[in-house]
Write a protein that binds this ligand. Structure first.
Ligand code: GDP
Length: 472
């Protein structure tokens, strides 16, 4: 697992953050024998959304060393832990502003840990109402030279979503660049087996423009299934989440951002906010994009610009997409010819707008009449299952040998270029193709490889990534 260390001068809240990240899990206390003293570093497995990483709390290092300056203390830390750390969360206390000791920590990090990616977190932001204070402190914290700081409260959990957003791409990057990936000839790389990943709670976001019927759909889902936690405030002030059980599986509805249980009346002209949705995508595993079937029939075009943007973003962020075409009940009787038209138009247009993925699941429903909700959930669960898939390196390479002998490769040399294939992560399935020397695959052959992989392993309709890497 990638390792994240919490650093900062005493009392900024490292331990509070550590405890929040590991929750009730066991913390291991490391005894690192040093020249004279035994220092403690707490280590635990952090859980933040769907992220898992090793977290180290450096607090124990400081309390022991009462005599030394922060510099000597932290320097001692170098050899012990930094060698196996990829990311540092540098905490400062927003209420105190930047202190000389903070500057020292910053200097020290730059000097001793130039390869460690550092994130500055302004702790003790219990209330985001203090926007002025946060803005001012952000400017100051930015001057530390580690990029934009994030505002958190380790006490209350505020800002954990933002911490997630910051860490997620970094951890993903790390996983993709595992130095020992070449050594991995079996499945030891996977920390979790396929089933356990698949059993992690599914986080579902239902998104769409106002009035397409999101609330109606959601309320029926909540009415029909065993609700474990009703609509409750989530991590950020304006997010609401609910938790229910569908066929024995726990499903979180994430970031329904205020419209849950709201009537259709009060919707303003505001449409789907791309920024808001983008944030939410981080937390969602599957995104159900709801479209208005009746409107499609009238305009003969299935997706509005903003809907296309959301769909693209969903895929770019590596999330699974399920398209839900609602209000199909309105296309009955005189309108029934329109029904068929809508059923034809939507898949075609989706294929044109989102050519990267074939077979995106599309469901036609009437949330009002309660038709098709089961289809929605089945597609959501199915997409999630695919999204969590893990293929063993042995199985992949047996397959690779076969696929390389097919005659559909554009470039003749491709067959000899691909050395082997390994899956470095799931959620979404991400593969590394090791190529001989410094070669690259042509676009056509990359597409063919992806297509074959998706077809043969039932990964259609979800984003799948293949990264090419040269072997030296
Ligand atoms: P939201 O803004 O996406 O949450 O949309 P709502 O769920 O509030 O629905 C907007 C309006 O569309 C309400 O008047 C609903 O009764 C209506 N509506 C929702 N789903 C359907 C449907 O399947 N068929 C019909 N005819 N109307 C629907």
């Amino acid at each position: 697992l990638p390792t994240v260390i919490l650093v900062g001068r005493p009392n900024v809240g490292k331990s509070a953050l550590f405890n929040r990240l590991i929750r009730r899990r066991e913390a291991l206390v490391y005894n690192t024998p040093d020249d004279h003293v035994t220092r403690d570093i707490r280590e635990g497995i952090a859980k933040l959304g769907d992220l898992r990483f090793k977290v180290l709390d450096s607090a124990g290092l400081e309390t022991e060393a009462t005599s030394g300056t922060i510099l000597s203390r932290t320097t001692e830390m170098t050899g012990i832990v930094l060698a196996r750390t990829q990311i540092a969360i540098f905490l400062i206390d927003i209420r105190d502003g930047l202190q000389p000791l903070d500057l020292e920590v910053g200097k020290w990090l730059r000097k001793h840990a130039p390869k460690v990616h550092t994130i500055v977190a302004m702790n003790k932001c219990e209330s985001l109402d203090e926007q002025g204070l946060i803005a001012a402190a952000s400017g100051e914290a930015y001057s530390l030279g580690f990029g934009d700081p994030i505002a958190i409260s380790a006490e209350t959990g505020l800002g954990m979503a933002e911490l997630y957003e910051t860490l997620q791409p970094l951890l993903e990057e790390f996983v993709l660049h595992l130095p020992n990936v070449l050594k991995c000839e079996d499945d030891t790389l996977s920390e979790f087996d396929e089933n356990s990943e698949n059993n992690l709670p599914l986080q579902l976001a239902i998104v769409g423009r106002p009035n397409v019927g999101k609330s109606t759909l959601l309320n029926t889902l909540l009415q029909e299934n065993r609700v474990l936690v009703g609509p409750e405030s989530g991590l950020t002030r304006d997010s609401i989440r609910a938790k229910f059980q569908f066929e024995g599986r726990v499903i979180y509805l994430v970031d329904t951002a205020g419209w849950l249980h709201r009537s259709g009346k009060e919707k303003g002209p505001s449409s789907l906010s791309i920024v808001q949705t983008r944030k939410n995508l981080m937390r969602a595993h599957v995104v159900a994009l709801v479209l208005d079937g009746e409107e499609i029939a009238r305009s003969r075009s299935s997706m509005k610009h903003e809907e296309v943007m959301i769909a693209r973003r969903t895929i770019e962020e590596g999330r699974a997409l399920v398209v839900v075409v609602n209000k199909m009940d309105l296309l009955k009787g005189k309108q029934s010819s329109m029904y068929e038209k809508v059923v034809q138009i939507v898949p075609k247009e989706i294929q044109i707008e989102l050519p990267q993925i074939t077979g995106i699941p599309i469901v036609f429903i009437s949330a009002l009449e309660g038709k098709g909700r089961l289809d929605v959930m089945n597609q959501v669960v199915d997409a999630y299952r695919k999204w969590c898939s893990r293929l063993s390196t042995a199985r992949l390479n047996r397959w690779l040998q076969k696929v390389l002998s097919r005659h559909s490769w554009k470039d003749q040399s491709t067959q000899s270029k691909i050395k082997y294939l390994t899956q470095v992560k799931a959620r979404p399935p991400t593969f590394v193709a090791f190529l001989s020397g410094k070669t690259e695959l042509s676009d056509a052959d990359t597409r063919f490889l992806t297509k074959s992989l998706k077809e043969d392993f039932d990964l259609g309709g979800i984003p799948v990534r293949i990264v090419q890497r040269a072997t030296s």
